[in-house]
Design a protein around this ligand. Structure first.
Ligand code: GRF
Length: 187
């Protein structure tokens, strides 16, 4: 069984999709949530599950290195890290320790629309297709080799909110499907 940690900063819908998947639970022990936002909704969601949590506020640390060192001490036995809306750049030092073992999901067809408000920007630009990417994490924001993508043709009769919802549904399915492949070492 692979040991998995999820890093999240916000709502936690992708966290919940992964941790509640029966198939993932057969392959992995998701036993740690790392959260850099003490007010994040993901913390409430995590209460339902038997999972260790490390919740911190970066402002309480003098440097990124200091809080990352604390995270590193928590993830010593972890094999794979899934980022699920984790809003911090991971340092080179940290990445080197988990070479190729950190995966992220992003709500755009990368390399387009890196960064924040990706769906909104794609929608406002009237992109024909909007989608989701899953990729290995490197030092660049939403950079790293793409593992999986899925897209749909945008119906502009729908509101931005409806499209955002559609994207999130795809995210949950694609993250589960891709995580299973990663855990089975098929990727
Ligand atoms: C998702 O859109 C994910 O792709 C991005 O941040 C968002 C997190 O949503 N990286 P949630 O917290 O999983 O609901």
């Amino acid at each position: 069984m692979k040991k998995v940690a999820i890093f999240a900063s916000g709502n936690g819908s992708n966290f919940e999709a992964l941790i509640s998947s029966n198939e993932i639970n057969k392959l992995a022990d998701i036993n740690l949530l790392i959260c850099d936002n003490p007010n994040a909704k993901v913390i409430d969601k995590a209460k339902k599950y038997n999972i260790e949590k490390f919740i911190f506020n970066p402002k309480d640390y003098i440097s990124k290195k200091e809080y990352e060192d604390e995270i590193l001490s928590k993830v010593q036995n972890i094999d794979i890290i899934f980022l699920a809306g984790y809003m911090r750049i991971i340092s080179k030092n940290f990445l080197e320790k988990f070479n190729g073992k950190i995966i992220n999901i992003h709500p755009s067809l990368l390399p387009k629309y890196k960064g924040v408000e990706s769906i909104k920007r794609a929608y406002e630009n009237k992109e024909e297709y909007i989608g989701v990417s899953i990729h290995y994490v490197n030092e660049e924001i939403d950079g790293g080799k793409i593992i999986a993508q899925e897209k749909f043709k945008v119906d502009y009769n729908k509101s931005l909110e409806e499209i955002i919802e559609e994207v999130h549904k795809i995210e949950h399915k694609l993250y589960i499907k891709t995580a299973i492949k990663i855990l089975k070492e098929e990727l």
